[in-house]
Ligand binder design. Structure first.
Ligand SMILES: *Cc1c(COP(=O)(O)O)cnc(C)c1O
Length: 397
């Protein structure tokens, strides 16, 4: 058998590739340059154009573009009135920001476990975690698959809870034929470079509720308004603006919006390519008993963000760490998405204990995300498949 690079064999690739990266082309660069030559770098018309475009793509009534996905989650919680003493139920397997937004507001994140096959939050566990203090649910479309929105919305409705859909992974995904973005009280996007479309840094809140929209706009920019109807005191003159609540500076710049608008032109192309690569990987790994693939949710027409392999400990003699290191040595640099949020030392200091969400903890022990982005060449995809199979063959029980 061929020796793994980690034991002195020849690596599959010498030029390493990682789990995600952006795809910027000349039209993106031209769009940004164009904006930079114009009069507005921030607070200008490109932001409005971007917000209109996001509404068009998602069919949401309102969009508020912000500086990043974390800011979007923060002002989403604030707009919903989440405060000290409240509890917010959050998927355990997610990026820390999905829970940090509750902490920013003085509220307590309560973690709900995942389903062992789809890895999305389990609606039954959301039900179990509801108390008198629960105010909202942050449901994460993990790897781009829409959460079970009908079930979760029903639970929210029956218990008077708000739903924030953290759709950082899922722009372009449809749930029962409807685009993600228009389906929760507030949906948040991230446009970080590893996400499906990028603004460098960027985010957005989408909602169909006019009142929430107005609050989100205020919160994005210091809580200051120019709208006479929103003012408490009488306007002095044309120059008058008034701070009516405590907000932040979470604005996106116009040149970031220009980049994102240009990227959104290619959303469908990116989406198709992501589906194509996912199918290739599914075919390559689908019948290998050593690897477990994420179950697809049939209601979700998914623009996949991450491709997650789960190692089957009964069929492999290595642990995830050894598998990870062997892949890196072969030139394929995976990542792990995610440590259950409450296992971060900061959360442990707050008092969260191991054992809270057993399915999430078990998933974390066995997963890795392999290179998955539309710019991958056929050669890179094939090298990834070859490397994974080589490592599996060396550690097969
Ligand atoms: C990326 C991400 C965020 C945060 O977005 P930023 O734009 O990096 O602040 C939040 N939630 C999830 C699930 C993410 O993947």
């Amino acid at each position: 058998m061929e020796k793994l690079a980690i034991f002195g064999g020849k690596p599959v690739r010498t030029e390493k590739i990682s789990y995600g990266r952006q795809w910027i082309d000349e039209s993106d660069i031209a769009a940004v340059a164009d904006c930079l030559r114009g009069p507005y770098l921030t607070g200008g018309p490109t932001i409005n154009k971007l917000e209109d475009k996001l509404c068009e793509i998602t069919t949401a009534k309102h969009t508020v573009a912000v500086s990043n996905g974390t800011a979007a989650l923060h002002i989403a919680c604030m707009a919903l009135g989440i405060k000290e003493g409240d509890e917010v139920i959050v998927s355990a397997i997610t990026f820390a920001a999905s829970a940090n937004c509750a902490l920013y507001c003085g509220a307590t994140p309560v973690f709900a476990d995942i389903k062992p096959d789809t890895y999305n939050v389990d609606p039954e566990d959301i039900k179990r975690k509801i108390t008198k203090k629960t105010k909202a649910v942050v449901a994460v479309d993990y790897t781009g698959q829409a959460v079970e929105l009908d079930e979760i919305k029903k639970i929210c409705k029956e218990n008077g809870l708000f739903l924030i859909e953290d759709a950082a992974h899922s722009i372009g995904t449809k749930y029962k034929g409807k685009p993600v973005g228009s389906l929760a009280d507030i949906t948040t996007f991230s446009f970080h470079p590893v996400k499906t479309v990028t603004a460098g840094e960027g985010g957005a809140c989408l909602t169909n509720d006019e009142g929430l929209y107005k609050k989100l706009r205020l919160l994005r920019a210091h809580g200051i308004t120019r709208d006479i109807d929103e003012m408490v005191n009488k306007s002095d003159a044309g120059w008058y603006n008034e701070q009516v609540m405590l907000g932040y500076n979470y604005r996106m710049t116009d040149f970031q919006a220009a980049l994102l608008l240009s990227q959104l032109e290619k959303l469908e192309k990116f989406s198709e390519r992501r589906k194509e690569i996912a199918e290739k990987y599914d075919r390559a790994f689908g019948d290998m008993p050593e690897l477990i693939l994420q179950k697809t949710i049939k209601e979700s027409d998914t623009t996949r963000h991450l491709y997650v392999l789960r190692l089957n400990p009964d069929k492999l003699s290595c642990d995830r760490r050894e598998f990870f290191d062997a892949l890196v040595a072969e030139g394929i640099v995976p990542q792990v998405h995610y440590l259950p949020v409450y296992r971060h030392s900061y959360y442990e200091k707050l008092g969260y204990k191991k054992g809270l969400c057993p399915e999430a903890e078990d998933l974390y022990e066995h997963i890795l995300s392999i290179p998955f982005y539309p710019l991958l060449s056929e050669e890179e995809i094939n090298d990834t498949i070859t490397a994974v199979k080589k490592v599996v063959a060396c550690y097969r029980r």
